[in-house]
Design a protein around this ligand. Structure first.
Ligand SMILES: *[C@@H]1O[C@H](CO)[C@@H](O)[C@H](O)[C@H]1NC(C)=O
Ligand SMILES: *[C@@H]1O[C@H](CO)[C@@H](O)[C@H](O)[C@H]1NC(C)=O
Ligand SMILES: *[C@@H]1O[C@H](CO)[C@@H](O)[C@H](O)[C@H]1NC(C)=O
Length: 387
């Protein structure tokens, strides 16, 4: 899906120019303005330039010793407001789908060092559905042997909505669902998910029962930290995204035969991130990983931790270096909508009746009212019973 990442530049010197924070929003609603903020520490250096790129194409530069100091370059989707931009930030007046991409802030020091630092982050544009999802194909009633074939259809969005079926607040099992690939509508996507099964007889009865389709717009984004070890030499510079992801337990150097026993931790947001370890760019699988439960602190602060443990071998040093990288992937729910139908038992007809919340009072005779009501089954009971 969509990745948001931070690239680190490994400076030869611990001192000197340093990017402290790159603040680029990971998800922006189509049309909204954006701030791109890049804060840095010059230490003893003089600033020569700040340059901004989108997908490696420059769109803004700031040179404090020149007049005018700032220049912008036209780029689709990048609408720079020169008046409100400066050394530490660029203002974009609005956005569209072309604004998506990887934004890089690059700062350079004056002569003689000309030291350059850069950091990158991905910006994603989303478009929310303009309506609630709808249910198509639902009948007034269902009896044993009836086929339930209902489709939930979301209004077009970007990214595509993720749909889920619930019966009495329990997610419906996969085998009763049929995934239909999203339709492309211009630059947006229309998601559909069918509920599809044959009603089986069951003894349990429960009334009323609610059937619900939920549509969610979820933006995924990732953050990484990486440490590089040169053979026998302490070599690391590390600029993690502030407070978001952190590697602990590292020694300054590693030799063959040494044990690596480290943790990658991330403060969680609305839902816990998925953590992954990479050594020299290859993902580490479970036998070298230690899975810890999410730590919950009293102040509501949560931390996800994934341990990495292995013995350093010659093969871990590729081109004289060993790269340890931890990546956290976050899922952010941007929008959530429901459509719900209540199915109840009518005492008079003993039939199964449906009524959509919005169309209250509409109820059809099931045509099965001659049978004893225990015999009249409805999908919900069946499903509910089989969870
Ligand atoms: C970015 O900088 C602008 C201008 O200084 C400021 O108004 C805005 O709050 C900053 N945004 C973030 C997320 O720090
Ligand atoms: C990693 O984190 C777990 C859980 O917080 C802790 O028990 C363990 O001691 C940590 N290990 C290292 C090497 O820091
Ligand atoms: C960490 O590894 C992932 C996967 O190889 C890569 O996409 C990402 O850029 C790396 N992170 C850093 C900070 O280099």
């Amino acid at each position: 899906m969509v990745w948001l990442w931070l690239t680190l530049l490994f400076a030869a010197d611990l001192h000197g120019l340093r990017i402290l924070d790159l603040d680029v929003p990971s998800a922006v609603e189509w049309g909204n303005p954006v701030w791109l903020n890049c804060s840095f520490d010059l230490e003893s250096e003089d600033l020569y330039s700040v340059k901004w790129y989108k997908n490696s194409v420059e769109f803004y530069r700031y040179l404090p010793k020149e007049e005018p100091k700032a220049h912008k370059y036209e780029l689709p989707g990048v609408y720079v407001d020169l008046k409100n931009s400066g050394e530490n930030h660029v203002s974009l007046t609005h956005t569209d789908l072309d604004s998506e991409g990887i934004y890089r802030c690059e700062i350079s020091a004056e002569a003689p060092s000309f030291q350059t630092e850069r950091a990158e982050r991905e910006l994603n544009i989303y478009v929310l559905p303009d309506k609630n999802p709808v249910m198509k194909g639902i009948h007034d009633g269902y009896g044993p042997g009836d086929v339930v074939d209902v489709t939930c259809i979301a209004a077009p969005s970007e990214p595509a909505a993720r749909l889920k079926w619930y019966i009495d607040d329990k997610e419906v099992q996969k085998s009763y669902q049929k995934i239909i690939p999203p339709l492309k509508k211009g630059s947006l996507f229309l998601s559909r998910l069918a509920l599809n099964f044959v009603v089986k007889p069951t003894l349990r009865w429960h009334s009323p029962t609610r059937i619900r389709c939920t549509s969610m717009i979820i933006q995924e984004y990732s953050r990484s930290v990486e440490e590089v070890f040169l053979k026998g030499v302490k070599s690391i510079n590390l600029y993690p995204a502030k407070g978001e992801i952190h590697i602990s337990g590292l020694k300054s150097t590693y030799e063959f035969g040494d044990k690596i026993d480290v943790n990658c931790s991330s403060s969680t947001f609305s839902s816990p991130p998925v953590l992954r370890w990479y050594v020299n760019g290859e993902e580490i699988m479970s036998d070298q990983l230690l899975f810890y439960p999410i730590a919950d602190y009293e102040d509501g602060y949560k931390t996800a931790v994934l341990g990495l443990r292995f013995t350093v071998k010659e093969s871990h040093f590729r081109n004289e270096q060993m790269r340890l990288n931890c990546t956290a992937t976050f899922s952010m729910i941007i929008d959530r909508r429901d459509v719900e139908t209540v199915i109840g038992l009518s005492q008079q007809s003993s039939g199964l009746q449906l009524s959509e919340k919005k169309k209250k009072g509409i109820s059809g005779s099931s045509g099965l009212h001659k049978h004893p009501w225990e015999f009249l089954i409805l999908l919900l009971m069946v499903l509910w019973h089989s969870f």
